[in-house]
Ligand binder design. Structure first.
Ligand code: OXD
Length: 306
C-alpha cells in the first residue's frame, strides 16, 4: 500500500522525508509520479488537479493538507471515502498572529501613512478608534480569533450557521443574525468555510448594512465575496479599507482591479499556511487509523461542507 502526496503548489521534499520517518516502511509517492495507482490507499491532498483522485481505485481515505476542504469537495470525480482536515492549534495561532498584525496596521493608520509617504506629506494622526470586531465563522480559526480580540479588550460579535456559545462573544446565527452581528463592527473578519450555502454570501446587501467606514478582512475564501460588491462598497466609502488574503482565482490575475485599488491591501494567501512540523503527527496518525479501519481524527462532514 502507498500514500500519495497530491499537493501541486508546494515543494514536498520535507513532507515526504518527515512522513517517511514517522511511518517507516510505508511507500510514499509524490503526484504525478505515482508508479502504481492501484496501490494507493491514502492520499494527502491540497488543490488536487482534476481527476487525480478518480483513478486511485484502492483509496480508503483522504487527508486534506489544510483546514478548508472546499477544493476537495468541488471535485466532481471525488471517490466516496472519508475525508479529514487539519485542525491544529499552531494553525489557529498563525492565523491569529496574522489578523493581529492586520488589525494593528489599520489601528495605527499605517495604510494612511504609507499613502502620505508617497506624497511626501507629514500629517501626524492618532490611532483609529476601532472598538468593535465582528468575526464571521466561529469554527476553529474563527473562535480563536474572536477570543483573541476579546481578550485584547475589543467588543467582539460573531456569526455562524448554528448557535455557538463563546465566552464574552455576542454570538448570532442563521440568515437573520448576519446583519445584526456585523451592524456595529468597525472591522469585519471573514473566516467562514466555503460551502454551497456560503458562496457569494457577502454581496451588496451585506456591505450596505455595515457601519460607514468599516474595514473588511477576508482570510477565508475569495468566493464568499462578490468582488464587484466589495469594490462598490470601497468606492462609495461604505468600507474605508479591505485586506484580502484570498481570491476567487489564485494567483490573483494581473488585470484584476483589486491590485490597483488604493484601499485594498493584498497578501498572497499566507495568513495560515500549514506547517509540515505541526501536522506530521496528525497525518501519520490518521493514516494508521485508516489502515486499522478506525475513524480518522477531524473528519469532514461532506453534507455540511466542512
Ligand atoms: C486552509 C488554507 O484552508 O490555507 O488551510 O486556506
Amino acid at each position: 500500500m502507498t500514500i500519495a502526496l497530491i499537493i501541486p503548489d508546494r515543494k514536498l521534499d520535507d513532507l515526504h522525508q518527515r512522513l517517511s520517518l514517522a511511518l517507516p516502511g510505508t511507500d510514499i509517492e509524490i503526484w504525478p509520479a505515482i508508479t502504481e495507482p492501484d496501490k494507493v490507499e491514502f492520499a494527502v491532498v491540497w488543490k488536487q488537479p482534476k481527476d487525480s483522485l478518480a483513478n486511485l481505485r484502492s483509496l480508503k481515505a483522504i487527508q486534506c493538507f489544510g483546514a478548508g476542504v472546499d477544493a476537495i469537495l468541488a471535485d466532481t470525480s471525488l471517490p466516496a471515502v472519508p475525508i479529514a482536515r487539519i485542525v491544529d492549534n499552531s494553525l489557529s495561532q498563525t492565523m491569529v498572529r496574522y489578523l493581529d498584525g492586520v488589525v494593528s496596521h489599520y489601528r495605527l493608520r499605517l495604510d494612511q501613512f504609507k499613502q502620505q509617504q508617497q506624497q511626501t506629506l507629514w500629517q501626524p494622526k492618532g490611532p483609529r478608534r476601532l472598538s468593535n470586531i465582528c468575526v464571521l465563522g466561529l469554527g476553529e480559526l474563527g473562535a480563536a480569533a474572536a477570543q483573541h480580540f476579546s481578550m485584547l479588550g475589543y467588543r467582539v460579535s460573531g456569526w455562524a450557521r448554528t448557535a455557538k456559545q463563546l465566552n464574552n462573544i455576542d454570538s448570532y446565527y442563521g440568515a437573520a443574525g448576519l446583519s445584526a452581528a456585523a451592524a456595529n463592527a468597525d472591522i469585519v473578519i471573514c473566516l467562514l468555510p466555503l460551502t454551497p450555502a456560503t458562496e457569494n454570501l457577502l454581496t451588496d446587501a451585506f456591505f450596505n448594512q455595515l457601519k460607514a467606514g468599516a474595514i473588511f478582512i477576508n482570510v477565508a475564501r475569495g468566493a464568499l465575496v462578490d468582488d464587484r460588491a466589495l469594490l462598490q462598497a470601497l468606492d462609495s466609502g461604505k468600507l474605508q479599507a479591505a485586506c484580502l488574503d484570498v481570491f476567487r482565482q489564485e494567483p490573483l490575475p494581473e488585470t484584476h482591479p483589486f491590485w490597483q485599488h488604493p484601499a485594498i491591501l493584498i497578501t498572497p494567501h499566507v495568513s495560515a499556511v500549514t506547517s509540515v512540523t505541526a501536522v506530521i503527527e496528525q497525518i501519520a496518525n490518521n493514516y494508521q487509523r485508516s489502515q486499522r479501519g478506525e475513524p480518522m481524527l477531524n473528519l469532514v462532514n461532506v453534507e455540511r461542507g466542512y
